[in-house]
Structure formats: structure tokens, C-alpha cells
Design a protein around this ligand. Sequence first.
Ligand SMILES: *Cc1c(COP(=O)(O)O)cnc(C)c1O
Length: 401
Amino acid sequence: MAAPYSYLTHLECSKTGHRHDAFAPQNLSNEKHPLLACYDLAAAAETFTPAAIKDRPFDLWRYHEVLPIQEERHCLKLGEGGTPLHPAPTLGAELGILELLIKDEGMNPTGSFKDRGLCLAVSAAFQFDAPGIALPSAGNAGGAAAAYAARAGIECVVAVPRDCPEVNRIEASVYGAEVHSIDGLISDAGRMIAELAPGRGLFEVATLKEPYRIEGKKTMGYEVFEQLGRLPDVILYPTGGGTGLIGMWKAFDEMEQLGWIGPERPRMVSVQSEGCAPIPKAFEEGTEASEMWQDAHTVASGLRVPKALGDFLILAAVRESGGTAIAVSDEELMRDARRIGAAEGIFAAPEGGACLSALRRLRESGDVTEDDTVVLFNTGTGAKYVEAFLGPGAAAQHAEL
Ligand SMILES: *Cc1c(COP(=O)(O)O)cnc(C)c1O
């Protein structure tokens, strides 16, 4: 018998562990928590090895055995994943780090790592014959969702706060999406989508409200391991909803069960902006979950998430890894986004800049040493943040939630 394309077995509630059917479209668990996809990793381990996949195309579908799509014909492809892991020798010398690398997620098809998650979520909707998808977005998610929906030939409805960056509205509409501008916050956009989606039979793909986006994002963990030949000592990740951090943490667990790695893990550093820092606050206070952040504001639109649905998963991963959570100012993160460009030739998003600012602090405090191998995530291209780079005045207009 041929090996299955995917080894998916079931879905599990991230809080209670209750099993849910993986072969029907699912949103939250019965207990209203995020669902996580589970695989028969013991069976997969027999054929799914780094050596066996070595010659596959370098995109995220090379990990199809541990992705939730059942047949290749439902995999929507635009060249997602397989992003470069660049050495950053100039910044490394500046900070006193012998091995500093930048994972450049700005190279994804719509210019951010949202493509990884939405590629999987829209492929799942396509596989389950949904007539379309719907989501709220304050930044890059809407464009990514709209691109994959266009690829699938299904409908896409995006609701954005009226003050979201103009490019995010434009890209979604260019990809043929129905874009609603909402007077209010991202949470108001979320409510609008939750009301509209069921009536039109649309599959809702808001962050962590379905189990597929996290599966796409976890491939960053597999890729970093393959590109480096081992796991780094430290990963800096700009955190909004936290799908990438939770996803990579899940990937490391899977990789251990697959026999790719041992119990070693990188220290995970969750980076946010001082204008919206629920995760660093909860980390410092030692609480299991975060509190809703009031008056959230930052030019790094991807980090403007006042209360993440998976906050308890982010905090657990950061703590278990021996990592930390840090908030930096908008001024610092914009300066460091420019510094990444000038030093390494990578046009980083403000979110990527935030990781460099956080790394400076960790290097000064000695929490990161010269000998640590450090991977910094630049999660999007700076080219989508024209208003932020135009200056503080222009940026501030777009900074309020
Ligand atoms: C969405 C986004 C983030 C935050 O990602 P999460 O996985 O939701 O934490 C960071 N950077 C950019 C550029 C984003 O678009």
C-alpha cells in the first residue's frame, strides 16, 4: 500500500485534550478553545525523514505528511514557505554574536508569513467544498487569505478596521475579495465576520479559530532545522496572535517524536510593542493567560492583538523553553527595521525590527551570549509599511486600533 499523503488522525482541544473529527471542517473545540491537529507520527517516522525529503521542492508542502490536507489536488500553491535563512554578519558583529541569522518571511507570495497559515486554511476550505472563507484582519492576513481564495476559485470576505494600512485593503480587493471597512476595532471586525459567515456558508478562518493556520506556520520550525542542520539556541519571534510561535513549538515536539531531534529546544523569545504588550506583562506577572490590553497602538500592525486566543499556549511555550517576553518601543523598532535594511540588505517589516531591538536588550543583559546561535524572524516585507516608514506623523494616523 502506498504511504498516505497526510498522516492526520484527529484534532484535539488545546485545553482539555478532547478529540474532535479531523475529516470535517472544524473551528473551535466544544469547550471554545483552539484545536490542534494530531498525526500518526510513529507511522510517518518510517518514511518521513530529512534524508527522504531532501530532494523535494523547497516549499512548505515538502512536509505534507505532517500537514492536514489529504490529497495533493487540494493543495493551493503560490510558492509559500521555503524562505531564505540569511546570515547577518554585520549585525552579528555589531551586537557581539558569532552566529546571527535572519529568516526572511517577507519572501512569501504576498509578502508576509501569513501566507503559510492561510494557504493551509484555504486549502482545507477547498478540500471540504466550502463556498468561501471569511476573516477579520488588521494587516497582512486579509491579502494572504484573498490570494489563496482566488487560487481556489472560492469567495473571500475580509473585514478590516477603517484605519488599517491602505495597501492591505488594496491587495485584498485586487485578489477579488469582498472588503468591508469597519468603524471600530479589529474585535468589531471579528464580530461582524462571526455574524455574517454562517448565513453565507463561509468558513471562518480568524486566528486560532480553526486548526489549519497553525499547521502552516509550524513549517517554519521544520525549515529552520533543515536549513541549519540543527535547532538554534534562541529564536526571536514578533508575536500578535502567536500562531507562529505556538506552531514552531508544536513542530519541535513532532520532530522529537519523529526522531529528527532529541529533547533540546531553542529559547523562545516573544517580542511585542510597548503600545500593546499583553504577553510580556503576563510573563512578568507569572500568570497563565494574558489580560485584554487597553488602547492598543503600534505601527507594527501584526503585533496589535490586545488579547490572543492562544495566549496560554504562547506563555507555556516561552516558559518551558527557558525563553522570555520583551516589549520594545515603536521608535526603537522602526529604527531597527531601517538598521536591518542598511546592515544586511533586507527590507524588514516593523515587526522584524522589533526582534532586533529585543535582541539588543538581551545581549546587553547577558541573556544572549556571543556563542548563542540566534535566529531572528523578519515576518514580512517592509514594502507593505509605507505609512510607517514615511515617519512618525504619518505612522501615528495608522497606529490607533
Ligand atoms: C500577523 C503578523 C505577525 C504576528 O503573527 P502571529 O503569528 O499572529 O503572532 C507578525 N508580523 C507580521 C508581519 C504579521 O503580519
